[in-house]
Design a protein around this ligand. Sequence first.
Ligand code: MV4
Length: 445
Amino acid sequence: MFRKVLVANRGEIALRIICACKELQIQTVAVYSEADRHSLHVRFADEAICIGPAKSQESYLNIPSIISVAEIADVDAIHPGYGYLAESSYFAEVCETCGIKFIGPPAGVIELMGDKTRARKRMKEAGLPILPGTSIIEETDVKLEQIAEEVGHPIILKAAAGGGGRGMRVVTKTEQLHAALATAQSEAESAFGNSAIYIERYMEKPRHIELQILADQHGNVIHLGERECTIQRRHQKLVEESPSPIVSEELRQELGEKVVQAMKAIDYQNAGTVEFLFDQDGSYYFLEMNTRVQVEHPVTEMVTGLDIVKEQIRAAFGEKLRFSQKDILFCGHSIECRINAESPEDFTPSPGTITAYHPPGGPGIRVDSAAYTEYQVTSHYDSLIAKLIAHGRDRQEALARMNRALDLFVIEGIQTSIPLHKKIINHPDFVNGQFDTSFLDQLAS
Ligand code: MV4
């Protein structure tokens, strides 16, 4: 097994990766910014090295600094977590060149999935249904209107280098098309340094459901079922669960088989997530793929009993998957609430010092967090302070546990999304499992 791993991240996910390494008896090296000197990932790693100032660009995104630390500390591998460099094919390539194992898929696969139009085309060839759409379009394309008509209104403009919902624009009338395209292109250029835009048929009130997959370096691929991620606000997920209330055992098997086949077709390796949009009539379409461990991976861990981060490390080392699909059993139901430091009024970030912190525990409760009393939430980083995960024999028990855990979660000194989470999980539509992407808009009004 690897002797030493560098954790190229901060916060709860850095801690989560350190936990996995400890269980595998792997030494860890933390990297941290000047703002994170007193962080728990620094305390619990075997070694910790400062890589720059608070600004992410100069620290957690600073490839030369991170590679220097990897060389000096003599690590075998780097785990990128999520965000930051996790989906940088360039970073994965630099690691490969330096003889450091990047814990994730090969650079070429990250690059393929990072281009959302290439990913669509490749996944269609591999047998996944996709929405009607185009490859990259140009302002100067003759008969742009005709292309849009063929795709079918309403349409949505998306950034080819985007993902996760950023830089999307819905167009309902042909007359708006040219203006919308120009805006989308300039937004994509400033957000991703790439102005490429493609068109997709717009699905109204969909559900977002994703499949977790695991693949080794020997051609074996399995899926770990789905996660329901429809409850989002401004493309930030707030509540996730597994299984989805609308996925039957037959559908899970059908989706799983298709996704495993598609992943084999691209020689996928390591953990990954394939996202789908589900329509009201039950039809589903490939949306995009995330080539990293995701924030919401714990709900899958709770229902499968697997440790996805340890599996990522084992796969990256070259071990064979120790399970075949029939060994994966789904047990009970799990729900995650992402507790953010934010104002309940306008949902803006609420930085400050946590003056009291007491996380809930007890049967069926898990908290993934790097917070503590006196912890300073800074505006330099994202506002996630804890992931509260409940597990129960069924959805009803998971919900009851989540409810009491939200009641017993003490976080003082800053404002949090806990009141909003209580409102969401007690709403009749959520309790009944009947919701779509408009759920939060309706909750607010
Ligand atoms: C869409 C869509 C409707 N039609 N694509 C948002 C997240 C990103 N991964 C893709 N997103 C969407 N893509 C087509 N063709 C609607 C959304 C969308 C959404 C999806 C899932 C959950 C919440 C959402 C909120 C707004 C938009």
